[in-house]
Write a protein that binds this ligand. Sequence first.
Ligand SMILES: NC(=O)c1ccc[n+]([C@@H]2O[C@H](COP(=O)([O-])OP(=O)(O)OC[C@H]3O[C@@H](n4cnc5c(N)ncnc54)[C@H](O)[C@@H]3O)[C@@H](O)[C@H]2O)c1
Length: 266
Amino acid sequence: MLSLSGKAALVTGGAKGIGLEISLSLARHGADVAVIDKSEEALVQAVRDIERFNVRGLGVVADATRKADVDRAVERVVSELGKIDILVNNVGAYPRKPFLEMTEEFWTEMINLNLTSMFLVSRSVVPHMIARRYGRIINISSITGLYHGVPALVHYGAAKAGVVGFTKCLAAELAPYNVTVNAIAPGPILTPGVESIWSKEDIKLQEAINPLKRFGLPRDVANAVVFLASDYAEFITGQVIVVDGGLTFVNPRLSVKEVLRSSGAG
Ligand SMILES: NC(=O)c1ccc[n+]([C@@H]2O[C@H](COP(=O)([O-])OP(=O)(O)OC[C@H]3O[C@@H](n4cnc5c(N)ncnc54)[C@H](O)[C@@H]3O)[C@@H](O)[C@H]2O)c1
């Protein structure tokens, strides 16, 4: 049985969406879970839900793009949970903005949120992992920027491709300390963030063109995180696991034909 009992995890942006499901899945498998999030209200509920699994839950309100916030939060997690074995860098957002409407301020804000946050949190956590010669770092990237070019997401694609470079180089540097670093690249996943941007029609179309014929769910990403955090993945580092139901590897022309056929259009 896969067990994370006795482990302590930190999840950024873990109060909603994919991050919340990751936090709950780690707790379900026995880990104590601390969550950093900027939404205080969602954090309170997340900690209650984590503790339903009879593990310790801790919520810290912090902005993952601010070094002072991050250092204070990590210090609190280490002092209350005693250690951090598992770090999940999940914070991120994907507001659309056409390239020619992008200001330098917007670009910097998005790179800070989707990439620099990962540097700040890892920079604060890694010394604790090195000292204990143990760590599992899991970074949430995206298929956008790696396999899909998406209009109005240039900032996001650049940051998420950056996450993969960050993951591979950090994996190489931390391997001697028994700290593994891997990334997960999800396809579209149904979360509050996505539901606020995607129309119902777009969600239906995405379900139709996906080879596995459904939209991705937060639990699909959480399952991959639990695996990478477990002893089953102890010999895996510097890798990217794509969680997209096959979206990026099946010939898109075939999927479109299937959609047209199933709608009676050809
Ligand atoms: N949903 C998708 O389709 C999808 C696909 C690929 C990758 N991802 C990635 O997965 C991660 C989670 O996405 P989601 O859809 O669950 O997002 P979401 O918007 O539903 O949830 C994000 C969480 O992060 C928190 N947060 C945002 N900015 C923060 C900050 N500066 N400091 C601390 N907390 C902050 C929010 O309060 C919220 O709880 C992101 O990195 C996203 O890029 C999502």
